[in-house]
Write a protein that binds this ligand. Structure first.
Ligand code: DAH
Length: 355
């Protein structure tokens, strides 16, 4: 027992000096660890003569408790010291000006995509997505646009390899192919997303946005196409009536094909959508070509339907009075602050079409 008393006295002295937490922990394990000095004393109990044993054990317990108390006290002391030091170092200077609070805004293109998606969702379309990097097959061949077709030049494609097998999709139409390949008809989907063409001026950017539409079922005809697009245009521009015309056109993946214009007029230098005798093209559409259906293993004698492709950026410009398409992609924070939308809010900067 005298051993332990000696240890206790030594520890007492040791703990008086300035120690850090890991040093104290080391002492703790030297005493109470598996082969610690105190633990060894406990192991000794069995070897002590019976007459002495009780006394030895109870003294040992007392010393053990004292040692533990000493160590715990030291640990507390060190922790308090650390907190004090920290508080002293981390003084908050309340005279400093606060950091500016910047609230993010929703980009008009994202806002427009959300609006378009919700209009089509309400009439039963679900939303699909496809990748920006497409295969030449999905982007052209499967869409009935063979190798030598002039549409391939017209698109001015960004090819990603010498063999022209990979490209940045020139339209959202390949999502039609992806959707029909992975499922069975009927299909009723829209697919918004980024598209790319080698083009840049006030009304064209090399990256732009489209939304594709596809509706395939047993008895779908051009009347459904007209009804659907008319509904969309009225909902999107929030007008009860809107002048609209279907102009015959040509796309390799639709037959017949049409382009859709909406009526507008200029009033005091501002564009007013819906009435008037001027026409503005907003989308391409048509009845899906039987070859496209065959390419995705859908039987054109049983199923048919329509497709459309709408330029999203143009619609956003018209609805929100934005003149230069390129500003959309300049990433100018001041511009976004002005034209962007508050998250979770009803559009706050919608000032009507005549703006
Ligand atoms: N993909 C065409 C383009 O980018 C637009 C288009 C036209 C899509 C007719 C269609 C469609 O789905 O049926 O010019």
């Amino acid at each position: 027992m005298s051993d332990l008393k000696k240890i206790k006295n030594e520890l007492f002295l040791k703990l008086k000096s300035k120690l850090n937490l890991s040093e104290v922990n080391q002492i703790k394990s030297d005493l109470f660890g598996k082969n610690g000095l105190v633990s060894l004393q406990f192991k000794k109990i069995g070897t002590i003569a019976e007459t002495e044993r009780k006394k030895f054990a109870s003294e040992l317990n007392v010393i053990k408790n004292e040692l533990q108390d000493l160590i715990n006290l030291k640990i507390k002391e060190i922790e308090n010291e650390e907190i004090k030091e920290k508080l002293q170092k981390e003084k908050i200077d309340i005279t400093l000006p606060e950091r500016p609070f910047v609230r993010g805004k929703i980009h008009p293109v994202s806002q427009t995509i959300d609006e378009i998606s919700s209009i089509f969702s309400e009439i039963g379309f679900s939303v699909e997505e496809g990748p920006d990097v497409e295969s030449e097959y999905n982007n052209f061949t499967a869409l009935n646009t063979p190798d030598n077709h002039p549409a391939r030049d017209m698109h001015d494609t960004f090819y990603l390899d010498e063999k022209k097998e990979r490209l940045l999709r020139t339209h959202t139409s390949p999502v039609q192919i992806r959707t029909m390949l992975k499922d069975k008809p009927p299909f009723k989907i829209i697919a918004p997303g980024r598209t790319y063409r080698s083009d840049s001026d006030q009304t064209h950017a090399p990256m732009f946005h489209q939304v594709e539409g596809l509706h395939i079922d047993k008895d779908i005809n051009m009347g459904h196409l007209k009804g659907c697009l008319n509904h969309f245009v009225k909902e999107f521009f929030e007008l009860d009536k809107i002048k609209m015309r279907f102009r015959p056109s040509h796309f390799p993946f639709t037959e017949p094909s049409a382009e859709v214009d909406i009526g507008y007029e200029m009033k005091d230098d501002k564009i007013v959508i819906g009435e008037g005798d001027q026409w503005l093209e907003i989308l391409g559409c048509g009845m899906v070509h039987p070859n496209v259906l065959r390419n995705v293993k859908v039987d054109p004698t049983k199923f048919q339907g329509y497709a459309f492709g709408i330029g999203i950026d143009r619609l956003a410009m018209l609805k929100y009075g934005i003149n230069d398409l390129r500003a959309f992609f300049d990433c100018d924070y001041r511009w976004l602050n002005h034209f962007g939308f508050d998250p979770l809010d009803v559009p706050t900067n919608y000032r009507g079409l005549s703006r």
